[in-house]
Design a protein around this ligand. Structure first.
Ligand code: NAI
Ligand code: KPL
Length: 311
């Protein structure tokens, strides 16, 4: 059985960026698991992934693998598929891990980490929040639009494995930090995503749309409800600090189309149920977050075939 230091599941925008930082951090053989065979072939032909960061392009020589054909076990597994695809990767995660492996889930919103914690035992499991803007232009070309921070932590108690992963990614230039209170950061990141993602998706705009007059008004309305939801889970969030974080995040990734705007532009499903839909579940479906969730679902229905008759 072949052993690898680090594998990525889901070679999209963030998966590609993780491969980039890992390679620069000294990991040379990085299996990246793809859902489509066309992606595997395109990346082989290109000799790896091309990552554009600033005005430079870097070729990252990964090992592209189809997710149905695992090639060995991994010490670190970074899962970067969309939240609604996580359930399809459970089997793969079982196959490519041993009891010594650490799985890091990097999905936005709430639900993905919980699902993996529920389904996978005898493994180290952590969650992380990503403050990086990235865009997949084609199957092998990804643009890094800014931000470089990832905060990670395990809800199953401290593990030094996260510090090992931190060393690799820090060496590669990623500002990867480890926290003992990952849920606090997940709530803060939920605030960032609950504002930036739907506003950019509805308007098909870059992240800087949030900095406009109406972007700021809606941000406040969304955040007021998030604070109520967080309180129900025992987290007291400060509104002004949260808004500052959100507006700073929009500035740092101003030229990025958020992951949800990219979904809408590419006629793909969105993660709205894991973000604003999750908040609406706590504060009522008639809330601002409830309305935003339904508007994004309406937009999805406008392009997802055969959905028009669904109730
Ligand atoms: N793009 C961004 O700027 C940011 C994204 N995020 C979050 O990171 C996560 C990933 O987002 P993106 O990279 O933008 O998504 P993406 O859609 O670009 O990439 C996800 C990839 O996973 C692949 N995939 C789906 N099912 C699979 C399977 N069973 N096996 C292997 N691969 C599979 C898809 O084909 C796709 O290429 C999301 O939860 C998103 O919210 C967080 C921060 C920033
Ligand atoms: C940080 C941000 C807002 C970057 O665009 C993001 O998390 C996303 O696009 O999903």
């Amino acid at each position: 059985m072949q052993y690898y230091d680090l594998c990525v599941i889901g070679g999209g925008s963030i998966g590609g960026i993780i491969a980039y930082y890992s390679f620069r951090g000294g990991i040379t053989n990085i299996p990246v698991y793809y859902r489509s065979i066309e992606s595997v072939e395109a990346i082989m032909k290109n000799g790896g992934l091309t990552i554009k960061y600033g005005d430079k392009e870097y070729l990252v020589p990964i090992i592209p693998v189809h997710y149905t054909k695992p090639i060995g076990k991994c010490r670190f597994i970074i899962n970067t598929v969309k939240a609604y695809n996580v359930k399809d990767t459970i089997n793969l995660m079982h196959k490519i891990t041993s009891e010594d492996s650490l799985i890091l889930m990097l999905q936005n919103g709430f639900g993905s980490l919980e699902l993996v914690e529920e389904k996978i035992f005898n493994r180290y499991i952590a969650g992380g929040v990503v403050f990086i803007g990235a865009e997949r232009i084609n199957k092998y070309y990804i643009v890094h639009h800014g931000g470089r921070t990832i905060i990670a932590g395990s809800r199953r108690g401290f593990t030094s494995k996260l510090l090992e992963l931190m060393n690799i990614l820090n060496r590669g230039g990623c500002d990867f930090r480890v926290t003992s209170n990952i849920d606090l950061y997940r709530w803060i990141k939920l605030g960032v995503n609950a504002v930036i993602n739907p506003l950019t998706a509805i308007t098909r705009s870059k992240n800087k749309i949030v900095l406009t007059r109406y972007g700021r008004i809606l941000a406040e309305e969304i955040i007021d409800e998030l604070i109520i939801a967080a309180e129900k889970h025992g987290f007291k969030l400060d509104k002004e600090r949260l808004l500052t974080t959100i507006f700073r995040g929009s500035e740092n990734t101003s030229e990025n189309y958020s992951s949800m705007a990219q979904d809408v532009i590419n006629n793909m499903p969105t993660e709205i149920d894991y973000i604003n839909g999750f908040i609406a579940k706590h504060v009522g479906e008639k809330s601002v977050n409830g309305v935003i969730t339904r508007i994004v679902h309406l937009i999805e229905e406008s392009y997802m075939k055969n959905n028009y008759n669904k109730s």
